[in-house]
Write a protein that binds this ligand. Structure first.
Ligand SMILES: Cc1cc2nc3c(=O)[nH]c(=O)nc-3n(C[C@H](O)[C@H](O)[C@H](O)COP(=O)(O)OP(=O)(O)OC[C@H]3O[C@@H](n4cnc5c(N)ncnc54)[C@H](O)[C@@H]3O)c2cc1C
Ligand code: FES
Ligand code: FES
Length: 1341
């Protein structure tokens, strides 16, 4: 409880703000509550979503408007509601997605366009996207494309691949409004690079029946800024103008908003540990994720004394409370008006702010907050240090003093030179002089919205009209517990000439100035150290270029250029429906996802959006902190004393069986005697609110006794022979003979890391006991209602017929909610049973990442035998996957890897052996692609190495070995209707491969430090499920008003399954899709459903729907002579004909015996090809995907918009897998990367600059519904083209460095791996420490 008395501020204030035009007055506002929780739980406005709770995903974005008296206008800002304390909203007007439009009345154009442009799949990110864009439009009704890109920097989407969102929102831009709509051909802003226009024209002329229009711009309602809601007049006054100090008192925290600056000084003197909060973007994260308690908060952000800027003789002074957006805008204006030389520092700050978080954070985070948090990776502090900025601090007794930001400003980790009672008032940012240069750099995991791995700021001043260094400052972040200055280096360089002799001197000194021990927190030791000299080299060249003293050699010049990205663009091509297809027949048409409009307005209901049920309790989880340990004791006594707590639940409370598991029973609902991974569920606390439940869960004391061995990595498992049997194998031909015949062979080892699903909606469940006969209803975000039902029933000790699982929609699944969601729903069901009350849980992002497992990491050891012309004769590969602490689906995953490990190539002699490794990490599971992305990675790695070894082009080697019609695979399936060659050839043509390859080679010849690479990758994806799962059911009801209610076994998770099912039903019943509705998936309507996964849900459910609808149609046939559908239905009803029918389907002919290598494992194959081109920065490891072309075989597409959306979304997800997403584990098995802060999924700026997708035309598939093919997973494999393009670019860099031959590149190709692989004089300076000589900070699973 905070010491509110000590503040001297009496009473308790009421919080007043507006939400969507409605006044909210709260007498009892809790300072610990965020705006998001307030909106969702108190106001029941569930449009804004919780995706992460740490400002990293943008799902919670709302618009906050305030009157600014200084500017005399209302300012509209996009803000993360998850970080905004509710008390900070006093006097503000909040607009949520519900406040701008609804499907019931009028949609806002921002909502309409994202939906109709197919920019909403699962929809969980959509309200956040809508609000970011809405806020931009409120400030700029006709923004530039660059402004759109900036506005969306802080928003993540895991489904769409971003292109359709940009495409929809591009229509608001001034570029689009001045657009010729494609008539200018290649010059048009809507066109792909090759001149394919959006009107169905291809570069080589019109293509019949081909369309590139996925939506009609003419249908969009115009934006009318005059129609926007007005700002509440009541709030048109300066904040705090009534002179009262506000005080809000909560259970644990008091929030004071002082009326004057003097009061702050007085408060800080009385209570020096009181925290000043402006943006809460540091404090909010510390409280939520680092267990920090700050009982007294002072909110100074409204006071003019710290929110001003003033030009002085030496520069500009900024109030410490100025937001980063304010800093950016003010400096940008100065850059426009002042002489260039004066603003070089300003330009460096503005450039850095481009890569600093997203708008939502920059709009609230302040200068003082960044400086005084004293983060070692602050982006601004290195700049302020190198610039020698000064801070003015003030205290009640000490008055004001000026403190220079120099090497002494940060005396220790998270410490500054300010005294605890001091408040920072302002920062002086100086002008630069004519002979002074300033540049700053940042290297992060992702370019946009990421914290730095290393950043640096360099300033050099020369003696008048010379190149002799007069003064120099070099500051670095990420190289020590504080921002540091390389002072010895600076001293050494003063007096030297800025020429080639200076560089080695500087590099040697930097090495001494910036040491890092091999076990340093953050890891990446060689990379971080190499960056220090590489970034300095960039600065050196840039200054050399600007000084014009000596021309920088032409191949070095591109090292100096600042990153610039063109707005994304592309073309999507598909085959139109045949002429004469009935208008109401929607099959083959690009119709919008059925829920898209509701998703864009926030009306779509996800599990945690469901209204609170009387008596409901919230579940807080107690998780294991140990990887392998005996549970000595569990003591919930302290937790039970906390406010709002009802009870504690553990293994003892499981009424049925505590033994559980989706495939084999090798798990426990609650760990009973021992834990086998960090994050395993030990118990749960039930309380009245989420905050109470989570707080109490943390208070449960668990004592452990460590057990040995602790098996974390695949290598650990190999050492301890910790495998889940059987060890499967596929073998064909005669390996020994084939290797004997081969001209050459090569052996290697490769690793591909795991991948977090990062569905935007974390796992959620609500269990509602009905009291009678053990009945329970479970609302759940799961891909697998049946396993949810079965496992809950088992834990409850009741037959399955007492448990109903209901699923409305999921905010993404990607395989992560196929089995692991059942872990959560079973716990929830047991808890609900214990208290006989409804129980709810939605995991926090960090919990979800720790508990629910990921895509399995793989290690592969292989030997390939081949002829000198590149023909591969033999492959022998041993594969190991890290399954985690239980089997889950890891055997299934491994089987698919074994089946796919020849890639799209025909290898006559083959052996693949799969070892499923049991480790002490969270159980890994299904993820889109299911073992195939790893297989493709291995296959494409060795095939590209074969090409290098043979000295022939990779393209040729790939073509030579590629699958052809009639080839027999290593699992003895003959390929029929093989579309591989067609996809490949069309993709090479579409991408203009050969011309661009020559351009890439030319570029590489002309550039030493930037390199380009290209790769063309073919894929073949076998479509199947485990045998029993290849079945589906459907239930169709026709009501007497002619409306149809359709239910089937699949769940809707964004992939548009319900939309496609309605298209199928509409075709069979010959009625418009508007007459058909899908409400939900539930186990009491369609039983024994297969999980929605493996890309075959449309195939099997579609057939079941067709069967059911055909039954209905047959029954209606006697009445179809006259009248309409409605008449037939009524007539049938009056004749007492049943208007409800079920349908059932099982895929025929599937049976494969791996032991004998006999039978058919796949129903059919999907084929595709992609060509990607990248540019890498050899000095930093950064890369950009310049262009990707995809040709994908989806049979006859049921819905081209949905299918293209799946292709683009899967590609971008695969791109994350192969280049960016990296799990970071401690050697003790603790996951460090447990949120979007450290785990990076691709953002808007990562997609290919040119992104062209074509659906293969004229390739019907007789094995699936209406000649279509599954599409969810196969395109993910195409993203490997980016990985191999990167590898190609690195190869060029290595060649320049005199390195020849193959080299190992593991996946993902992160900036670290790219930089280290581009070996040069800088990397040579920092060799890796001898393995085994130290304990690494992190390990690779
Ligand atoms: C998603 C996300 C992305 C981010 N990205 C980046 C990034 O790219 N680069 C980067 O450098 N940082 C980043 N940050 C960190 C953070 O946003 C910035 O440091 C921001 O400037 C903090 O400002 P704030 O107003 O939100 O601080 P708050 O959380 O409000 O306060 C932070 C600290 O500053 C103190 N403080 C604030 N003002 C004063 C004052 N006038 N006098 C004395 N003490 C004061 C507070 O007491 C507190 O200890 C990110 C944070 C998040 C959540
Ligand atoms: S939930 Fe707020 S940014 Fe992710
Ligand atoms: S639609 Fe963006 S996260 Fe699903």
């Amino acid at each position: 409880m905070p010491d509110t008395e000590a503040t001297g501020v009496s009473g308790k204030s009421q919080l007043v703000f507006f939400v969507n035009g409605r006044k909210v007055v709260d007498q009892d506002a809790d300072p610990e509550m965020t705006l998001l929780t307030y909106l969702r739980t108190k106001l029941r406005l569930t449009g804004a979503k919780l995706g992460c709770g740490e400002g990293g995903c943008g799902a919670c974005t709302v618009m906050v408007s305030r009157y600014n008296p200084a500017q005399g206008r209302v300012l509209h800002l996009a803000v993360n509601a998850c970080l905004a304390p509710i008390c900070s909203l006093h006097g503000a007007a909040v607009t949520t997605v519900e406040g701008i439009g609804t499907t019931r009345t009028r949609l806002h154009p921002v909502q309409e366009r994202i939906a109709k442009a197919h920019g909403s799949q699962c929809g969980f990110c959509t309200p956040g996207m809508v609000m970011s864009m809405y806020t931009l439009l409120r400030n700029h009704p006709a923004p530039s494309m660059e402004q759109v890109d900036t506005a969306l920097q802080g928003n993540l989407c895991r489904c769409t691949g971003y292109r359709p969102i940009l495409e929809g929102y591009k229509t608001f831009t001034k570029e689009f409004q001045g657009c010729c709509r494609g008539t200018a051909g290649k010059g048009c802003c809507r066109n792909g690079q090759d001149g394919q226009a959006a009107n169905g024209q291809a570069a080589d002329g019109p293509i019949s029946q081909v369309s590139t229009e996925l939506f009609q711009v003419s249908e969009f309602a115009p934006l009318d800024p005059t129609q926007e809601p007005i700002f509440p007049p009541e709030l048109m006054k300066a904040e705090g103008s009534d002179g009262t100090t506000l005080k809000f008192v909560g259970e644990r925290v008091t929030w004071i908003k002082p009326a004057t600056f003097k009061e702050i000084l007085e408060l800080k003197t009385k209570i020096p540990h009181a925290k000043l909060v402006v943006g809460n973007s540091e404090i909010g994260v510390e409280v939520k994720f680092k267990n920090c308690d700050y009982p007294l908060i002072i909110a100074p952000g409204h006071l003019p004394e710290i929110t001003f800027h003033r030009y002085t003789e030496h520069g500009i002074t900024f109030g410490a409370g100025c937001t980063l957006t304010y800093l950016n805008d003010t400096l940008a204006e100065a850059i426009d008006t002042l002489p260039e030389h004066q603003t070089r520092l300003f330009a460096a700050i503005v450039e850095m702010l481009r890569w600093f978080a997203g708008d939502q954070i920059r709009n609230v985070g302040c200068i003082g907050g960044n400086i005084l948090t004293a983060s070692p990776i602050s982006d601004l502090n290195p700049i302020f240090l190198s610039a020698g900025c000064t801070v003015t601090a003030m205290s009640h007794q000490g008055g004001s003093r000026v403190v220079k930001m120099d090497h002494a400003f940060f005396p220790g980790y998270r410490e500054t030179a300010l005294r605890p009672e001091e408040v920072m008032v302002s920062l002086d940012v100086p002008f630069t002089k004519e002979n002074e240069y300033f540049l700053a750099y940042k290297q992060a995991r992702r370019r946009d919205d990421d914290i730095a791995i290393v950043n640096a700021a360099f300033r050099v001043q020369f003696e008048e009209r010379t190149n002799v260094v007069q003064d120099i400052a070099l500051s670095f972040g990420g190289m020590a517990p504080t921002t540091v200055m390389a002072r010895n280096t600076a001293n050494r360089l003063i007096g030297l000439k800025w020429d080639d002799d200076l560089l080695p001197e500087a590099c040697a000194c930097l090495e001494d100035d910036l040491p890092l021990p091999p076990s340093v927190p953050g890891g990446m030791v060689e990379f971080r150290r190499t960056l220090t000299t590489s970034l300095f080299f960039k600065f050196f060249l840039s200054v050399q270029q600007r000084l014009n003293l000596k021309d920088v050699p032409p191949p070095y010049r591109s090292a100096c250029s600042l990153y610039h990205r063109e707005p994304s663009q592309g073309t999507q091509m598909y085959q139109e429906v045949p002429e004469g297809q009935a208008r109401e027949d929607a099959v083959g048409r690009p119709i919008m996802h059925l829920s898209a409009l509701k998703q864009a307005t926030g009306e779509a209901v996800y599990t945690d959006d469901m209204p609170w049920i009387q008596g409901e309790l919230y579940l807080g989880l107690v998780l294991s902190r140990k990887a392998h340990a005996k549970i000595v004791s569990i003591d919930p006594s302290e937790a039970l004393k906390l406010p709002g707590v009802e009870t504690f639940v553990s293994a003892e409370d499981v009424p049925g069986s505590n033994i559980t598991g989706p495939i084999v029973m090798d798990e426990e609902v609650f760990a009973s005697e021992k834990v086998t991974c960090v994050g395993q569920i030990i118990g749960a606390v039930l309380a009245d609110t989420q905050a109470h439940a989570q707080r109490a869960a943390k208070a449960v004391v668990v004592q452990y006794e460590d057990l040995e061995p602790k098996i974390i990595t695949i290598e650990d498992a190999i050492l301890h022979q910790s495998f889940i049997h059987p060890i499967n194998k596929i073998e064909k031909g005669n390996l020994e003979e084939a290797f004997g015949k081969s001209d050459q062979s090569l052996e290697g080892e490769l690793r591909i890391g795991g991948q977090e699903h990062f569905y935007l909606e974390t796992c959620a469940a609500i269990a509602v006991p009905h009291g009678e006969d053990g009945e329970m209803e479970i609302f759940c975000s799961t891909q697998n209602p049946t396993t949810t039902q079965i496992l809950a029933a088992k834990a409850l000790g009741v037959p399955a017929n007492r448990v109903v699982c209901r699923v409305k929609r999921l905010g993404g699944g990607f395989g992560g909610k196929e089995m692991r969601s059942c872990v959560i729903s079973s716990v929830c069901a047991v808890a609900a049973h214990k208290v006989q009350k409804p129980v709810r849980i939605m995991l926090d992002r960090d919990e979800d990442m720790v508990i629910t497992g990921t895509r399995s990491p793989f290690l592969g050891r292989y030997k390939v035998g081949f002829m000198n012309d590149g023909r591969v004769l033999a492959l022998d590969i041993s594969l190991y996957n890290n399954a985690g602490n239980s089997m889950d689906l890891s055997h299934g995953v491994m089987s698919q890897t074994l089946l796919s490990s020849a890639g799209a190539y025909t290898i006559p002699n083959f052996r693949a052996v799969g070892y499923v490794c049991k480790t002490n990490t969270a159980s890994n599971t299904a993820f889109r692609g299911f073992g195939r992305p790893q297989a493709v990675f291995f296959a494409e790695s060795w095939i590209s190495d074969v090409a290098i070894k043979c000295g022939i082009s990779q393209l040729k080697v790939r073509e030579m070995n590629m699958n052809k019609e009639g080839d027999v695979t290593h699992y003895n399936t003959k390929l029929e209707r093989c579309q591989m060659q067609r996809c490949w050839e069309e993709c090479l043509k579409q991408s203009d491969f050969h011309t661009r390859r020559r351009q890439v080679d030319r570029f590489n010849g002309e550039n030493r430090w930037k390199k380009r690479g290209m790769a063309a990758i073919p894929i073949k994806h076998g479509m199947t499920f485990m045998r029993t799962e290849n079945q589906a059911g459907a239930l169709v009801h026709v009501y007497t008003d002619g409306s149809v209610l359709l239910t089937h076994g699949g769940t809707e998770m964004g992939q548009g399954l319900h939309t496609k099912m309605i298209q199928v039903a509409g075709r069979v019943l010959k009625i418009p899709t508007s007459r058909i509705h899908v409400s939900e998936t539930s186990t009491n309507t369609v039983p024994n459903t297969s999980a929605t996964s493996a890309s075959i849900s449309t195939d099997v459910n579609g057939m079941a729907v067709k069967v059911a609808c055909e039954t209905i149609l047959q029954r209606l046939e006697p009445y179809m002579g006259k009248g309409s559908w409605d008449d037939w239905v009524r007539a049938a009803y009056f004749d007492r004909v049943g208007l409800s029918a079920t349908g059932f389907y099982r895929t025929p002919g599937l049976a494969y015996d791996m032991q004998k290598n006999e039978g058919r494992p796949f129903s059919y194959f999907c084929y595709g090809a992609a060509v990607s081109e990248v540019e890498i920065d050899c000095l930093t490891g950064d890369h950009t995907v310049l262009r990707t072309d995809i040709v994908m075989d989806v049979g006859d597409s049921l819905n081209p918009a949905i299918d293209i959306g799946q292709i683009e979304g899967a590609f971008v997800q695969g791109y994350g897998l192969y280049t960016m997403e990296e799990q970071v584990y401690s050697p003790d098995g603790v996951l460090y990367s447990r949120g979007p802060g450290m785990y990076k999924i691709p953002g808007f700026a990562d997609i290919p600059v040119h992104f062209n997708v074509s659906l293969l035309r004229g390739a019907p598939n007789d094995k699936a519904i209406y000649s279509s093919k599954g599409v969810g997973e196969p395109p993910l494999l195409l993203a490997s083209s980016v990985f191999f393009a990167i590898k190609d670019a690195i190869y060029s860099a290595r060649t320049d460095a005199g390195l020849k031959g193959t080299f190992r590149l593991d996946s993902p190709a992160t900036a670290e791996r790219i930089r280290i692989a581009c070996e040069d004089q800088f990397t040579a300076q920092f060799p890796a420490a001898e393995p085994g000589s130290f304990t690494p900070w992190a390990v690779k699973l």
